[in-house]
Design a protein around this ligand. Structure first.
Ligand code: ZN
Length: 410
């Protein structure tokens, strides 16, 4: 399918905006929900108006019954098979903070953590270290650890307690297991190779020495006296959106992972401070860069966080806040506008889920005859004209509505 779309794609002036409200999809909640989902309970006059002129549908991010992480969830939205392309979180975080990776590099994400005098984890996030403290500690580590064997070590702060580490040297492999045991009361796991190839064993050996040296360098820190490493991996071979779709794409996102994923497939990162989730700022960037790109991916993180916290009222309020800003997007008159999610994060589950995600698609060429009273809700999306399909089919749909796909065959 990707090859077919690639062969039909053509460059035009039309513009596509894809807005992803992370974890938007939900379930009806009793109690404060009154049997409604946050999308149903939220007062959304602008979305309501748009939904009447739009096509609605449901999308399965990966496949029925599969609960996706945000990485695979987004890959599908951009038309990449999440089962074909596996991307390590370390690579995404490194790219997302603007680091450049060589094909031979191995990247991992790190957490500063707290261990007691017996080496047992008491806090996997080192008290959610402030970013300024993180910067100071990363600089301290980098001063003391520059090279292990023939491998150069680069340590960069990300946000809060998170950092990225790049291992750069000959013959490294990416198949290395996480050292985070995922709960406190246990010591960090030793670094082990997941595959028995020489490269991965070399990476595991270097990373183990890195952890050892880092612990020694951090022994006087009160909270950040240990490191956990996760998401080892190398830069994957993945086609760019420019080549596949002939698009000039840009990403507007505050979180490193989403920026990294977008950059990996060719999007330019528009300048936004890390962690900045202000809708005003994001839509200002959209407006100011409107002429330079023909595809914009706007990522909104907080809806997912509210779902993970099981906070119905906050999730509904965030949807209302988005609704209030929607006219600023519509003023730009995008040829195609899609509003959807990378997965559901239902309040009753407090986690990602397998449920399909609601989709609103607006363009001049929407098939009329839909339900005129429809709202952008899970329930109305279920009976929407787009039906239910896999997220990987969204990109061809967006390109077609933007008149960017030529006819197939004579
Ligand atoms: Zn997500």
């Amino acid at each position: 399918m990707q090859e077919l779309v690639k062969s039909l794609a053509q460059k035009t002036d039309s513009k596509i905006v894809l807005i992803v409200l992370d974890g938007l999809g939900d379930l009806p909640a009793e109690g404060e929900g009154g049997g409604k989902t946050p999308l149903e309970a939220a007062r959304t006059p602008n979305l309501d108006r748009l939904a009447k002129e739009a096509a609605l549908g449901l999308m399965d991010p990966i496949a029925r019954g599969i609960t996706p992480g945000s990485g695979p969830g987004h890959l599908g939205l951009f038309g990449y098979d999440p089962l074909q392309y596996e991307v390590g979180r370390g690579v995404l975080e490194a790219l997302g903070i603007g680091l450049d990776l060589e094909p031979e590099d191995v990247a991992a994400r790190g957490n500063f953590a707290t261990v007691d005098e017996n080496g047992v984890l008491t806090d996997r996030r080192a008290g959610r270290l402030p970013t300024d403290e993180n910067k100071r500690i990363c600089a301290k580590l980098q001063r003391q650890i520059k090279k292990i064997e023939d491998v150069a070590i680069q340590i960069e702060p990300v946000m809060d307690h998170r950092f990225a580490v790049i291992f750069r040297g000959p013959g490294l492999g990416g198949a290395v297991a996480d050292t985070d045991p995922q709960k406190t009361g246990l010591p960090p796991l030793p670094v082990t190779a997941l595959a028995q190839d020489r490269g991965s064993r070399k990476t595991a050996r270097i990373a183990e020495r890195f952890v050892f040296q880092a612990m020694a360098a951090l022994k006087d820190e009160v909270k950040a006296n240990a490191v956990l490493l996760r998401g080892f991996g190398k830069l994957p071979q993945i086609p760019k959106m420019q080549d596949l779709y002939k698009l000039t794409p840009a990403v507007i996102a505050g979180y490193p992972m989403y920026r990294g994923l977008a950059r990996l497939i060719g999007m330019e990162i528009l300048p936004l401070e890390l962690g900045n989730e202000s809708l005003e700022e994001k839509l200002r960037l959209l407006r100011e860069n409107w002429g330079r790109f023909d595809f914009f991916f706007v990522h909104i993180k907080r809806t997912d966080s509210a779902g993970e916290d099981g906070d119905f009222a906050r999730k509904a309020k965030l949807i209302e806040e988005f609704d209030a800003h929607l006219p600023k997007v519509l003023e730009l008159k995008p040829d195609v506008l899609a509003i959807t999610a990378d997965h559901s994060t239902p309040v009753p589950l407090k986690s990602h889920s397998w449920h399909p995600v609601p989709l609103l698609l607006h363009s001049r060429y929407i098939w009329p005859g839909g339900n005129r009273d429809q709202r952008f809700t899970e329930r109305d999306c279920r009976s929407g004209g787009l039906g239910r399909f896999q997220a990987i089919e969204l990109m061809p749909e967006l390109l077609a509505h933007a008149l960017k796909l030529q006819k197939f065959g004579a």
